[in-house]
Write a protein that binds this ligand. Structure first.
Ligand SMILES: Nc1ncnc2c1ncn2[C@@H]1O[C@H](COP(=O)(O)OP(=O)(O)OP(=O)(O)O)[C@@H](O)[C@H]1O
Ligand SMILES: [Mg+2]
Length: 215
């Protein structure tokens, strides 16, 4: 899809965090948001799926282990619906107010999971991403790159309730990882690839310094 379909909105900064489950996204969102708040920036933190009252209801459907019959197409549309609401309710207003908007996953997750992971048509997903995002792309996307096996080892060490997606097989997560890398290759300016096996503090320092150059 031509980049012309996407538009810039002035003010603020929109940052997304991407990568397979357990790569460390939420950890780094938390660390960056507290650093930015300490430095006096206005910060909006959101997550996908979810982030608004309506989008969180959609999240419950998506993650419910009872919904094993959810079709890949219905799943994609639910993610896009959650995103459409989140974008209009929080992301665009936050950015227009000059805030730093941190999104724990955004539309690259749909391309990677539903496209590369489940095999739905990638060009169709990109069109849906454009609609859901109202043509607003993240200014920068951090991709936490981690072998699926390492992510699974982290996951197995935390005896938490497993959601519907975490129960997917290792092959699925390998395809998703490779998908993210392909997407990043196609947009090298927007993506910063972070080796997610590095320690938490050094990743955090790198992210903070990348963000400082953009503020
Ligand atoms: N760089 C790191 N090295 C080792 N362990 C890490 C690192 N970053 C995060 N972790 C640990 O890995 C686990 C998953 O981290 P986190 O919840 O941040 O991942 P996530 O990408 O948000 O996962 P999910 O997609 O499931 O929400 C946590 O137990 C966290 O403490
Ligand atoms: Mg998380």
């Amino acid at each position: 899809m031509a980049d012309l379909d996407y538009k810039k909105i002035s003010g603020g900064l929109f940052v997304s965090f991407e990568g397979i489950d357990y790569c460390g996204k939420s950890t780094q969102v938390r660390l960056l948001s507290s650093t930015l708040l300490r430095e006096g920036y206005g910060v909006v933190v959101v997550r996908e799926p979810g982030g608004t009252e309506i989008s969180e209801k959609i999240r419950d459907i998506l993650l419910d282990t009872a919904n094993k019959r959810l079709s890949a197409e219905a799943e994609l549309l639910l993610y896009e619906a959650s995103r459409a609401q989140l974008t209009r309710e929080l992301i665009i207003p936050g950015k227009q107010a000059g805030k730093v908007v941190l999104s724990d996953r955004y539309f690259d997750s749909s391309t990677a999971y539903q496209g590369y992971g489940r095999g739905l048509d990638i060009e169709s997903i990109k069109k849906m991403n454009l609609v859901a995002s109202a043509g607003i792309k993240p200014d920068v996307t951090f991709l936490f790159d981690l072998p699926a096996e390492t992510a699974q080892a982290r996951f197995s060490s935390v005896p938490l309730f497993k959601d519907r997606l975490e129960e997917e097989k290792i092959d699925f997560h390998r395809r998703v990882r490779n998908g993210f890398l392909e997407i990043a290759k196609s947009e090298p300016k927007r993506f910063k690839i972070i080796p997610a096996e590095d320690d938490i503090d050094s990743i955090s320092e790198r992210i903070c310094s990348e963000i400082q150059t953009l503020l």
